[in-house]
Design a protein around this ligand. Structure first.
Ligand SMILES: *[C@@H]1O[C@H](CO)[C@@H](O)[C@H](O)[C@H]1NC(C)=O
Ligand SMILES: *[C@@H]1O[C@H](CO)[C@@H](O)[C@H](O)[C@H]1NC(C)=O
Ligand SMILES: *[C@@H]1O[C@H](CO)[C@@H](O)[C@H](O)[C@H]1NC(C)=O
Ligand SMILES: *[C@@H]1O[C@H](CO)[C@@H](O)[C@H](O)[C@H]1NC(C)=O
Ligand SMILES: *[C@@H]1O[C@H](CO)[C@@H](O)[C@H](O)[C@H]1NC(C)=O
Length: 590
């Protein structure tokens, strides 16, 4: 890697803690209160989530100090998440009577907010235990509570401990097991942070190669050029993406930024003057922030990921209003929750959101992954196309243990494996395009295969030979859904022209295409595409070029490592294939 900003001034989740300031008097009151609670509920704790051990890389330091204060977020159960899901699938499925009649902010809130019974059950629990919940989401489905470790251990039958991880500065406080008092069962979906152990190295940019002498734009995707540079012009030619500017100002394309990955306007201008000289050079993004996110513009503040995301959204979605959401903090699940709750409160949200971050699904655990994924369901219902990079570890996710190339238990990546996002894998080469070795793909262990993809996935499963040595979940949601080029993308970082790759490059490219189609739909006075997948797998399935070559064993692993092979039809490397803009537009307008 380069001298670019890769290390963060990390604030672990546990930094919310402050030294114990409980006075002896309040302490004894606390003890009394706790003993009452223990007496009342010790026999009625119900296990909520447990893991056998912390994931590889996390090292236990010791018990968390009993008096340390921690802040826990409590995800209250939505009153009708099944109803929202049914409604969304109907709205997103071609041919239904309410096709693309996306819901308003208030419509979604009516499904997502907790019931009165849930609110009163939680409030009763809080007041009986001296907790003061703070509402932290517009739909009322999240509250936070601050309490000591010892109290959290008692109330949730937990054992909070401190852990280190090489990607994390400082300590994180987590527990391997969390339970709910029986009166909260059915009212609380998730308590975080408890059993989710997510690293702070979740950007999907596997490596970077600086090149010299290639500062000029490549005229086209040159298949006889071994270094095969990809530029916006190359992508426009390859996929038939128009260069004509979008006209609709009500449309917006949002790129998310996490882990202090900052997007640089100066680099974007340089990128556009070099590779899209036809675009007005002052073209830039609107900065949005949440959780105290920032976006400093000092010369060495550029984040590779954020620059790649802003440059390729701007470079592809010509003249679509662009937004960059900088989310503060370093706990990735919290940042994902807060991205959805931020957008839940925006009356006129962007029509497309692209995210090039992810981690091994099992690190999140089922309750956290499900709650985040349901957050994307709610955004999809508002008419937002939620697009994610599929991961850069092939079939092995962000598996960073020493057996990374030989362990044949495949590791799905989240949020790419959430059924309410559109997951984008990577190809390379031009004639024909092939799946690149690192393209993330596989099957979720948390989310079952949704109806919209069952037939497509069944066809792929038939191509897996009997006796296949890889272990994966045949009933799980298969990903990615689609793919685009993902290697040798020319970009600008800190004033230098470099080549970059990763599914990080593919997600903004596909998002740019969807944003351009939305522009044309708005002009035609039609609703935007919103949650894409039911449309992609049915009416639009022939708007993709099938990619049938490739083996996703990972960037570092020998090609002989066990992995999936691309096949005719949908596959767990490139999904339905790479987009053909005019066919996709025609299917969208039809
Ligand atoms: C394509 O690449 C080859 C090999 O580098 C080069 O000789 C040729 O000039 C390139 N063609 C174009 C149109 O750039
Ligand atoms: C944002 O900053 C304010 C002021 O420093 C602080 O009170 C608040 O807790 C911060 N919020 C988050 C989510 O970090
Ligand atoms: C392979 O990885 C899986 C998932 O992390 C783990 O449970 C298993 O123990 C590993 N297998 C071996 C032989 O180490
Ligand atoms: C396989 O996926 C299903 C969801 O489709 C899940 O219920 C099940 O627990 C998963 N199996 C394993 C071994 O993780
Ligand atoms: C994976 O593909 C990339 C891009 O073509 C290449 O640079 C890398 O060497 C490949 N890895 C292996 C192990 O072949």
């Amino acid at each position: 890697m380069s001298g670019l900003k890769t290390k963060n001034a990390f604030q672990p989740a546990s930094s919310q803690s402050s030294p114990d300031s409980v006075t002896p008097m309040s302490f004894s009151r606390l003890v009394t209160l706790l003993s009452v609670v223990v007496a009342a509920s010790a026999a009625s704790m119900v296990l909520h989530e447990r893991r056998a051990a912390a994931p590889p890389g996390f090292v236990r330091v010791g018990a968390a100090p009993a008096s340390e204060m921690i802040t826990l977020r409590v995800g209250l159960t939505s009153n009708n998440v099944a109803g929202l899901q049914d409604q969304l699938i109907s709205i997103a499925t071609p041919g239904s009577s309410n096709f693309r009649q996306w819901l308003s902010m208030d419509d979604v809130k009516a499904y997502a907010q907790p019931s009165a019974a849930t609110v009163s059950a939680f409030n009763a629990f809080a007041s009986a235990n001296g907790l003061t919940p703070t509402a932290i989401s517009p739909n009322g489905d999240w509250v936070s509570i601050s309490l000591s470790v010892s109290k959290a251990n008692t109330l949730f039958a937990a054992e909070f401990e401190q852990f280190t991880h090489p990607s994390i500065n400082g300590l994180v406080t987590r527990t391997l097991s969390v339970s709910l008092p029986s009166e909260l069962v059915g009212h609380v979906d998730v308590i975080h942070p408890t059993t989710a152990f997510v690293t702070s190295d979740v950007r999907l940019v596997p490596g970077m190669r600086r090149v010299t002498g290639r500062d000029g734009p490549a005229a086209s995707c040159n298949s006889s050029d071994p270094s095969g540079v990809v530029t916006p012009t190359c992508l426009q030619e390859l996929y038939g993406i128009p260069t004509t500017p979008a006209t609709e100002t009500s449309n917006a394309l949002l790129a998310t930024g996490y882990e202090d990955q900052w997007a640089q306007q100066a680099d974007l201008s340089q990128f556009l003057s070099l590779l899209r000289p036809d675009i007005s050079p002052p073209t830039t993004f609107k900065l949005l922030t949440t959780d105290n996110g920032t976006n400093p513009q000092g010369q060495f503040d550029a984040g590779l990921e954020a620059n790649l995301d802003t440059q390729y959204t701007a470079g592809i979605a010509t003249n679509v209003p662009l937004e960059f959401l900088s989310v503060g903090g370093f706990d990735f699940p919290t940042a994902l929750f807060d991205t959805t709750t931020f957008l839940d409160g925006v009356p006129n949200p962007p029509t497309v959101m692209t995210t090039s971050y992810g981690d091994t699904e099992s690190n999140f655990g089922a309750s956290v992954a499900t709650k985040i994924c349901n957050g994307y369901m709610a955004l999809g219902a508002r008419g937002i196309s939620v697009i994610f990079a599929s991961g850069d570890g092939g079939v092995r996710g962000n598996h960073d243990s020493p057996d990374v190339c030989t362990n044949n238990t495949f590791m799905p990546v989240f949020p790419a494996a959430c059924p309410f996002v559109t997951s984008v894998g990577s190809t390379q080469g031009f004639a024909p395009e092939k799946a690149i070795n690192f393209t993330g793909g596989g099957f979720s262990n948390v989310f079952p295969s949704p109806d919209y993809q069952k037939a497509a996935v069944a066809g792929f499963l038939e191509t897996i030979p009997s006796g296949f040595p890889g272990t994966f979940n045949k009933t799980g949601r298969g990903y990615p859904d689609v793919s685009t080029q993902g290697w040798n993308f020319q970009m600008v970082a800190e004033g230098e022209v470099i080549l970059e790759g990763g599914t990080s490059a593919s997600s903004p490219t596909f998002a740019g295409i969807i944003a351009l189609i939305n522009d044309r739909l708005i002009t035609a006075q039609k609703p935007v595409l919103g949650f894409l997948n039911p449309f992609l797998y049915s009416k639009a399935s022939s708007a993709f070029t099938d990619v049938t070559i490739g083996h996703n064993s990972g960037f570092e692993c020998p090609a002989s490592s066990v992995a999936f092979d691309a096949a005719v039809g949908w596959d767990a490397l490139t999904g339905l294939g790479t987009p053909k803009f005019s066919d996709l537009l025609a299917a969208a307008l039809d």
